[in-house]
Design a binder for this molecule. Structure first.
Ligand SMILES: Cc1cc2nc3c(=O)[nH]c(=O)nc-3n(C[C@H](O)[C@H](O)[C@H](O)COP(=O)(O)OP(=O)(O)OC[C@H]3O[C@@H](n4cnc5c(N)ncnc54)[C@H](O)[C@@H]3O)c2cc1C
Length: 425
C-alpha cells in the first residue's frame, strides 16, 4: 500500500513535469525515477529498524530486499538503455558514442555510470551461485559498495533529474524520501547499536560445552532488564578478541532473557562458530539486535506446537519459557548425542505441563504413520495441531518438510512461524 502510493505519486510528478516527445527518453527517465525509489526502499529494508523487524522479521525483510534488488537492477538497465538509445536516435549518434557525449556534456553522468557498474557488481555477487561460493564476509564487503552507488546515484539525480528541477512538491518529495531513507540507515545500523552497546557493556561471563560440537555462551551486562529482547529473537554477535573482532555472526537466544544474562547456543559449522568454545571469559561483546519476528508477539492462539531440528532447539527452548498456553515440543535429532539442552527442556516442560517428544534417527526416519514429520505422523502425535500456532526452527530441508505438512493439516499461514537460520535466502 505504502509502496503503491509512492509509485503513483512519482508517476503523477513525472507526467505533471512534462514528458519528452521521444517515447524512449520518457520511458528511460521514468524507469530511472522508479529505480531511485527502489534504492530508497532498499535502504529502508536494510536499516534494521526495530519497528519493521519486529513485524516482518529479518528473513522476510532480507527476502523482500533480494526481490527489490532484482527489480532495481532491471529498472536501471532499462533506464540506461532507453536513455542512451533515445538520445542516440535524437542526435544521430551510435549508442557507444552517445554515452561518451553524455558523460562529457552533462554533469552527474560519470557518477551515474560508476554507480551503475557498482550495482552490477553487487547484483552479480548476490546471485545464488556466487553467494554460495563466497565467504559471508566477502559477500558483505561487496555489498557495502551499494552505499557508494546510492550516494552517486542520488547526486546524479540531483544534478540531471528533472524531478529535482521540477515542481517544489516533487523536490520536497524526493528530499524527504532520500533523507528519510538515509536517516533510517544511520539510526538502525549505527546510532542504535552504538547506543545499546555503550549502555549495556556486554561481556562473556561463561562458556559451557553442551556436546562435542555445540557450546553455550553466557553474556552479561549493565541494565539488561532495559534491553527490549524477547525469547525467539537473535543478535549479531561480535566477540572483541584480537583474531575475531571483525566477524559478526547471528545466533538466537537459547533462554528467555531474564534481565541478568543472555545466552546463545551455537553449533560449530565453520571457523567462527568453532572458536566460540575457546572464547575467554571476560571478552567484550558488540551485539547488534535484538532482531527477528520469531516471537510470541505474532502468536494467534494460546496453545502451540514447537518443532526443533538439531541446534534449532536454541530459540525453541527460549520460546518454551515464554508461551503461556499448552505446549507440545517435537525435538528432531540424528543421534541421542545431538540432543543438546534436552535436560533443561524436559525440566521446564515438567514445570509447565508441556509435552516433549524426541524423534531421533537419520533424515529419512519413518514411524508407524510414514515420515516422522509428515502430516500423518504430526497428526498422530498432536491431533489438535490445527488449533495451535506452530513454531519451527531447523535445517532448511526439515523446515520445508514441516511447512508442507502443517499446510496439509490445515494450519493457516499466519499461525505458522519459521526461523531459517539463514539471512541470505
Ligand atoms: C537468524 C539466525 C539465527 C541463528 N541462530 C543460530 C543459533 O542459535 N545457533 C546456531 O548454532 N546457529 C545459528 N544460526 C546459524 C549461524 O549464524 C551460522 O551457523 C554461523 O554464523 C556460522 O558461522 P561460521 O563463521 O562458523 O561458519 P561459516 O562457514 O563462515 O558460515 C556458515 C554459514 O553461516 C552463514 N553465516 C556466517 N556468518 C553469517 C552472518 N554474519 N550472517 C548471516 N549468515 C552468516 C554463511 O552464509 C554460511 O552459509 C543462525 C542464523 C541466523 C541467520
Amino acid at each position: 500500500m505504502f509502496l503503491a502510493a509512492n509509485v503513483v505519486l512519482v508517476t503523477v510528478f513525472f507526467f505533471a513535469g512534462g514528458v519528452s516527445d521521444r517515447p524512449l527518453i520518457s520511458a528511460g527517465r521514468l524507469a530511472g525515477l522508479y529505480a531511485a525509489q527502489a534504492m530508497a526502499f532498499q535502504l529502508l529494508l536494510v536499516a534494521r529498524l526495530p519497528w519493521l523487524d519486529r513485524r516482518l522479521g529479518m528473513d522476510r525483510l532480507t527476502s523482500l530486499h533480494r526481490w527489490t534488488g532484482f527489480g532495481l537492477l532491471w529498472l536501471l538497465v532499462a533506464h540506461v538503455v532507453f536513455v542512451v538509445f533515445g538520445y542516440a536516435g535524437l542526435e544521430n549518434h551510435n549508442p557507444a558514442d552517445e554515452i561518451i557525449v553524455l558523460a562529457n556534456t552533462l554533469e552527474g553522468i560519470l557518477r551515474a555510470i560508476v554507480a551503475f557498474v557498482l550495482i552490477l557488481v553487487v547484483g552479480a555477487a548476490s546471485a545464488r551461485f556466487a553467494r554460495r561460493r563466497m565467504a559471508y564476509e566477502t559477500w558483505h564487503f561487496v555489498h557495502l559498495y551499494a552505499y557508494a552507488a546510492v550516494l552517486l546515484a542520488f547526486t546524479h539525480q540531483v544534478a540531471v533529474g528533472q524531478s529535482f528541477a521540477g515542481s517544489v512538491l516533487a523536490r520536497t518529495y524526493w528530499w524527504t524520501l532520500w533523507l528519510g531513507a538515509g536517516a533510517a540507515v544511520l539510526a538502525g545500523r549505527v546510532v542504535l547499536p552504538l547506543w545499546r552497546n555503550v549502555r549495556h557493556q556486554f561481556r562473556v561471563v561463561a562458556v559451557v560445552p553442551e556436546s562435542a560440537d555445540t557450546v553455550s555462551v553466557y553474556i552479561s551486562g549493565r541494565d539488561l532488564d532495559l534491553l527490549p529482547a524477547r525469547a525467539g529473537q537473535f543478535f549479531l554477535w561480535r566477540f572483541l578478541t584480537r583474531d575475531r573482532w571483525w566477524q559478526a555472526n547471528p545466533f538466537s537466544l537459547s533462554a528467555a532473557p531474564d534481565g541478568q544474562t543472555l545466552r546463545l547456543t551455537a553449533k560449530a559449522v565453520g571457523e567462527s562458530s568453532a572458536k566460540l568454545r575457546t572464547l575467554p571469559v571476560g571478552t567484550r561483546v558488540f551485539a547488534e539486535g535484538p532482531y527477528g519476528a520469531f516471537t510470541t508477539l505474532h502468536q494467534q492462539l494460546p496453545n502451540a506446537l514447537l518443532i526443533a531440528g538439531g541446534v534449532g532447539i536454541a530459540p525453541i527452548r527460549a520460546l518454551l519459557e515464554d508461551i503461556a498456553g499448552h505446549v507440545v515440543v517435537l525435538y528432531r535429532i540424528r543421534t541421542p548425542d545431538d540432543a543438546v539442552l534436552l535436560p533443561e527442556l524436559q525440566e521446564i516442560a515438567k514445570a509447565r505441563g508441556a509435552i516433549v517428544y524426541v524423534l531421533s534417527g537419520p533424515s529419512d526416519l519413518r514411524g508407524a504413520h510414514g515420515p516422522v514429520l509428515g502430516p500423518e505422523s504430526l497428526y498422530a502425535l498432536v491431533p489438535d495441531i490445527a488449533e495451535r500456532d506452530v513454531f519451527v526452527c531447523g535445517p532448511p530441508g526439515m523446515t520445508a518438510a514441516v511447512l508442507r505438512s502443517v499446510r496439509e493439516l490445515g494450519v493457516p499461514g499466519p499461525r505458522v512461524h519459521a526461523e531459517r537460520f539463514s539471512l541470505a535466502a
